[in-house]
Design a protein around this ligand. Structure first.
Ligand SMILES: [Zn+2]
Ligand SMILES: [Zn+2]
Length: 243
C-alpha cells in the first residue's frame, strides 16, 4: 500500500509551498495562514486524542512513548534551538548567531520527521486513520514551511536558503514515513504513540500559543472549526475502515 507515500509527498510539497510564500507573496497575502494554524491545532488535537491515542494504547508503556514524543519536541525545538516559535520570525535580534537559524531547522526537523512517521504509521493501521492523520499534518504544513523560511531570512540567509530549508523539512517528512514503513507490524503502535505525543506538543504547545498571542475571537473560534472539520472527516472516512 503506497498511499502513504502520495500523502507524504503532498505534505512535503506543502512545506516548500509555505517557504515559497515567504520569499514571494506580499505580506498581506500571508494573513490567511493564521487560520490554518488555528484549524490545524483543533484538528490535530482531536485526531491525537480521539484516534491516535486509543489506537496505540494497547502497546506496553504506550503513554510513556507519548510523553517521550511530547518532550522530545520540546527538547529539540526549544532547548537545542535557542529561539523558535511558530509563525513569522519577527525577532531578528534573537538570531544573530549564525547557528541559531540552523538549530531552529534542526528543532523543526525532528518534528517534521514525525509528521512522516505519523502518516505512515496511520496507514499501516488502516486507510481511514492514515487519511485523518494526513489531513492533520497537511493543515499545519504550509505555516510550517513559512515559519522556517522566515527564520532563515531573519537570520540573514538568502531566499535560496529559505526555500532550501522548507525543502529540507519536506525531505525529512518523507524520510520519516519511509523509515516507518520498515517498522515491524507489531511495533507500529510505538511509532503511533510517539507521533501522538509529537502531535499533541505541536498543536497544544506550538500552535495554540500562536493563536492566543495573535488574538482575535475569529481566530480563536477557528480552533473549534478544526474540531468540526475533524468530526466531519472522521465520519466521511469511517467507511474506509481501519479504526
Ligand atoms: Zn522570534
Ligand atoms: Zn509538522
Amino acid at each position: 500500500m503506497l498511499a502513504y507515500l502520495a500523502f507524504t509527498a503532498a505534505a512535503a510539497a506543502a512545506d516548500v509551498a509555505g517557504a515559497l510564500l515567504v520569499v514571494t507573496a506580499h505580506r498581506r497575502g500571508r494573513a490567511p495562514l493564521r487560520y490554518f494554524v488555528a484549524a490545524g491545532a483543533g484538528f490535530m488535537l482531536a485526531a491525537a486524542f480521539v484516534r491516535m491515542l486509543p489506537e496505540s494504547a494497547h502497546v506496553p508503556h504506550a503513554f510513556l512513548f507519548v510523553l517521550i514524543g511530547y518532550f522530545g519536541v520540546h527538547l529539540f525545538e526549544h532547548t537545542v534551538a535557542p529561539h523558535f516559535h511558530f509563525g513569522e520570525e519577527v525577532h531578528p535580534e534573537a538570531l544573530l548567531a549564525p547557528s541559531a537559524g540552523y538549530l531552529a531547522l534542526l528543532g523543526l526537523g525532528v518534528h517534521t520527521l514525525f509528521d512522516g512517521v505519523a502518516i505512515a504509521a496511520g496507514f499501516m493501521i488502516g486507510p481511514a486513520l492514515g487519511a485523518l492523520i494526513s489531513i492533520a499534518v497537511f493543515l499545519h504544513k504550509v505555516p510550517e514551511g513559512f515559519t522556517i523560511a522566515s527564520v532563515m531570512l531573519a537570520g540573514g540567509g538568502s531566499r535560496r536558503a529559505a526555500v532550501g530549508a522548507g525543502a529540507v523539512l519536506g525531505a525529512l517528512t518523507i524520510v520519516g514515513a519511509v523509515a516507518t514503513s520498515f517498522v515491524a507490524e507489531q511495533h507500529v503502535g510505538v511509532a503511533l504513540a510517539l507521533s501522538a505525543g509529537v502531535t499533541i506538543y505541536v498543536a497544544a504547545s506550538d500552535l495554540i500559543p500562536e493563536v492566543n498571542r495573535e488574538g482575535g475571537p475569529a481566530l480563536a473560534w477557528t480552533v473549534f472549526g478544526g474540531l468540526v472539520l475533524f468530526a466531519l472527516a472522521d465520519w466521511l472516512l469511517a467507511p474506509l475502515g481501519g479504526h
